[in-house]
Design a protein around this ligand. Structure first.
Ligand code: GLN
Length: 491
């Protein structure tokens, strides 16, 4: 493995800025690493080798001519295949979008390009971001670099595996119910979900519009913060984008790295502590808690009585929004079109296209959502779930009166073997037991490595009030300084 692929994004950016390595060299090292490993890992669905090398050459030219370089200029990044990239395939892990080349870039992608980051390609994911293992990708699963017989989490397993496997120092994920944080936890990487509305959804293929949040995947908290600063901030093209600057997450991560948490109150959520977690996960979490206390933090127990209803509420709200959002895939506007023989009625072509183009989990969600929104059931299901969402937000507000941040394990179990949970949807949904509450509330949350269980990574989740993204980075960086992230076995 080349040394360049082991470096953090921040170190790579400094090396490029100082002329110790060219952006083209850095990019080639990562492309070589992908070529050597991705047959086994399958983190990428599409590589943009030419585009990446051209972008890197541009950064090098700018440097030579003395032009300004952004803080992450020349650093390679992988992008989850749910964000549109102009002229290059964007499939969302679905057959229904095979062959579609979007005519525009997502705002996140535009910001990456403008900041001089080098987009390597598009990463694998559960179809339309529905799942927790990437086993629902129509193009085959991604494997966890820690153990190739296990899942890398999902839906953004490709992004997390690329970062863990040293194929990319940074990646973009999206988190609707945990899809950045849970893959981060099970691959021993950092996964951060910004405040909802803090990162733009323009060009993010919608799953559940009131929850979808793009965010960073990285191998260090400082790197995640640096990427967050590049992609975050108001976007007039997204009506739910917050018209406020992102808090100074980079400074907060730097402050946390000093390892001093005196005066910081950590809220241990009674309803998430221990409930449903594997013993090894619970043990690593408890040990991390002790470490945090040694750094000066005060642990207070808080109660969030409605968190127990978060999973069922999410599985009504998210499928309801998905059933509406995915109606646009009708065989007319994008990608696949099945059975159009010039004789069949249009509705039949749509039905045949959707039957052939969507996988079983996506169909399950569309049916669930259509049912929950149907007249006569709307109040009983969708309406009730929205009320629960309000109660969960109130739980957060009350808890933040007693604590500065809330903490829990990120996910109840470590990376599981392929096939273990595909037979029972509920078992798969449980992966997001601890991550879903902050999506329903809208506040930021981050997963940071906190040790191993049977040789596999465990993540600790830090949840903060909306718009207090800086606070979670500070706590996460402090934990990282005391518990350096584990190194994955070389693949
Ligand atoms: N695993 C959850 C689901 O299947 C969350 C997905 C996500 O965050 N995109 O819906």
């Amino acid at each position: 493995m080349s040394e360049l692929t082991s470096m953090t994004a921040t170190a790579l950016a400094a090396a490029v800025a100082d002329g110790e390595a060219s952006a083209v060299e850095v990019t080639r090292a990562h492309l070589d690493r992908i070529a050597a490993t991705d047959e086994r890992v399958h983190a990428f669905l599409h590589l943009d080798t030419d585009g990446a090398l051209a972008a890197a050459a541009e950064v090098d030219a700018r440097r030579t001519s003395g032009g300004p370089l952004g803080p992450l200029a020349g650093v390679p990044v992988a992008v989850k295949d749910v964000l549109t990239t102009r002229g290059t395939p964007t499939t969302c892990g679905s057959k229904i979008l095979e062959g579609w080349r979007p005519p525009y870039d997502a705002t996140i992608v535009t910001r990456l390009r403008e900041a001089g980051l080098v987009i390597l390609g598009k990463t694998n994911m559960d179809e339309f971001a529905m799942g927790s293992s990437t086993e629902y990708s129509a193009f085959g699963p991604t494997r966890n670099p820690w153990d190739l017989s296990r899942i890398p989490g999902g839906s953004g397993g490709g992004s997390a595996a690329a970062v863990a496997g040293r194929q990319a120092p940074l990646a973009i994920g999206t988190d609707t119910g945990g899809s950045i944080r849970q893959p981060g936890a099970v691959t021993g990487t950092v996964g951060s979900k910004p405040t909802y509305g803090g990162t733009s959804r323009y060009g993010l293929v919608a799953f559940s519009s009131s929850l979808d949040t793009p965010g960073p995947c990285a191998r260090s908290v400082a790197d995640a913060a640096a990427l967050h600063a590049v992609i975050g901030g108001h976007d007039p093209r997204d009506s739910t984008s917050i018209p406020q600057p992102v808090p100074d997450v980079v400074a907060a991560a730097a402050r946390g790295a000093d390892g001093d948490l005196s005066g910081v109150r950590l809220g241990l959520v009674r309803e998430l502590a221990g409930e449903g977690a594997e013993p090894g996960v619970d043990a690593a979490f408890r040990q991390a808690l002790e470490t945090l206390t040694k750094l000066g933090a005060e642990v207070v127990e808080v109660s969030c009585p409605h968190f127990g209803y978060a999973l069922p509420a999410y599985y009504l709200i998210a499928p309801s929004e998905c059933s509406s959002n995915l109606a646009r895939f009708d065989g007319v506007r994008y990608g696949l079109r099945v059975g159009d023989d010039g004789v069949r009625a249009l509705e039949e072509v749509m039905a045949l296209t959707r039957e052939a183009g969507f996988g079983p989990e996506v169909k399950r969600r569309i049916m669930l959502g259509t049912f929950a929104l149907s007249s006569g059931y709307y109040d009983a299901y969708y309406g009730q779930a929205q009320k629960v969402r309000t109660l969960i937000s109130r739980d957060f507000t009350a808890a933040f009166e007693q604590a500065d941040v809330l903490i829990s394990p990120t996910t109840p179990f470590v990376a599981f073997p392929f096939g273990e949970r595909t037979g029972d949807p509920y078992q798969m949904y449980l992966a997001d037991l601890y991550t879903i509450p902050s999506n329903l509330y809208g506040g930021p949350a981050i997963s940071v490595p906190c040790g191993l269980s049977d040789g596999l990574p465990v993540g600790l989740q830090v949840m903060a009030p909306t718009l207090a993204d800086d606070r979670m980075y500070r706590v996460a960086a402090a934990l990282e300084s005391a518990l350096p992230p584990p190194q994955p076995p070389s693949i």
